[in-house]
Design a protein around this ligand. Structure first.
Ligand SMILES: [Cu+2]
Length: 159
C-alpha cells in the first residue's frame, strides 16, 4: 500500500469514529442520554461525595445475621422521595457483580436492598458461604448518580 492511500484510510477511520469526532462524549454521557430518553435524568454526583462500608471489614468472618454500617461523606442521607439537593439514600448490593442499569431506578430485590427511610445501618440475613457487599447511593427516585456513588466491594465469609 502506498503511503498516500494509507493516510486516506486512516482519515476515514478517524472520521467514522464518534469518540474522536466528538471529544468528551464518552460512555458516561451516553448513559445520561439514555436516561433522558426514558424521561429520568440522573443527578450529578456532588464533588467529593463518597460512600463506604464501615463494618464489617473486608475479609471478615461473621454470623448469619450481619449488621452492616453505612458511611457517607460529602452527601446527605435522606429518606426516599426527599428531593433536597445533594442527598440520597443507601442501597446495599449483595452478591452483585455489576452495577444495575444506570437508566432506570435501582431494582428492589434480594440482591438490591433499599434503605429508603434514610437508614445508616441494617441487619441482613445471609446464608453460610462467601458473599460480597457494596453500597450504591440512589437519589430520591432511586436513580444512581452521575457518576455512580458506590463503595468498594467487600467480601465476607458467613459461618
Ligand atoms: Cu431506593
Amino acid at each position: 500500500m502506498h503511503l498516500s492511500s494509507l493516510t486516506t484510510a486512516l482519515a476515514l477511520v478517524l472520521a467514522a469514529s464518534p469518540a474522536i469526532a466528538q471529544p468528551g462524549h464518552g460512555a458516561h454521557d451516553a448513559h445520561s442520554a439514555q436516561a433522558a430518553s426514558r424521561g429520568i435524568e440522573r443527578l450529578m454526583a456532588p464533588e467529593g461525595a463518597r460512600v463506604f462500608i464501615i463494618s464489617p471489614r473486608d475479609g471478615a468472618t461473621v454470623g448469619q445475621e450481619v449488621t452492616v454500617k453505612f458511611g457517607a461523606e460529602g452527601i446527605a442521607i435522606r429518606p426516599a422521595g426527599d428531593m433536597s439537593p445533594d442527598s440520597g439514600h443507601h442501597h446495599l448490593l449483595i452478591d452483585v457483580g455489576e452495577l444495575p442499569p444506570l437508566d432506570a431506578p435501582i431494582p428492589d430485590d434480594a440482591h438490591h436492598k433499599h434503605y429508603g427511610k434514610g437508614q445508616t445501618e441494617a441487619t441482613i440475613h445471609l446464608e453460610p458461604g462467601t458473599h460480597t457487599l457494596q453500597l450504591d447511593l440512589g437519589d430520591a427516585r432511586h436513580m444512581q448518580f452521575d457518576p455512580p456513588i458506590v463503595s468498594g466491594t467487600i467480601t465476607i465469609h458467613v459461618q
